[in-house]
Design a binder for this molecule. Structure first.
Ligand SMILES: Nc1ncnc2c1ncn2[C@@H]1O[C@H](COP(=O)(O)OP(=O)(O)OP(=O)(O)O)[C@@H](O)[C@H]1O
Length: 125
């Protein structure tokens, strides 16, 4: 079934997002972390560039989580839920992509958030 209009494509993309939201616990966790990150970005007075970096790193992790979910579903479809060494390798690599993006996002977030928190802590002394 081909998308006839741009609106159809948009609806299908939203369906994919809603599916992940309703069915994928890791996806929900990434969205919660994203909401908390944005809250603290405004609370700590991040500038536009810093907020853009937070948006960028969060989007990379969330989008990779969606692609990971998609690859997991594709593998399950192909192997029909049977155990296969290649299915394991494909799923592990896909999960690994999410993992390294989450680690590097955490490091970047540390560079951005920790100095701002330290300034606030010092102002209480
Ligand atoms: N068909 C299979 N054959 C062999 N190993 C598999 C198979 N399906 C899953 N695995 C192994 O189990 C792990 C978890 O797979 P599963 O499909 O349950 O993902 P998940 O627990 O939903 O992962 P995530 O936490 O990334 O969402 C995979 O990373 C892989 O190592």
């Amino acid at each position: 079934m081909k998308n006839r209009t741009l609106l159809d494509s948009f609806k299908n993309a939203i369906n994919g997002f809603v599916y992940c939201l309703n069915n994928e616990k890791n996806f929900k966790m990434h969205l919660k972390i994203f909401a908390i990150s944005i809250f603290f970005a405004f609370f700590l007075g991040f500038n536009v560039t810093e907020i853009a970096i937070v948006l960028l790193i969060s989007t990379i992790v969330i989008a990779l989580e969606m692609i990971n979910t998609s690859i997991e579903k594709l593998v399950d479809l192909v192997v029909d839920n049977k155990i296969h060494p290649l299915a394991k390798i494909i799923k592990d690599i896909s999960a690994g992509a999410v993992f390294i993006s989450a680690i590097s996002s955490l490091i970047i977030a540390g560079f951005l958030y920790i100095p701002k928190f330290l300034i606030i802590l010092k102002s209480f002394k």
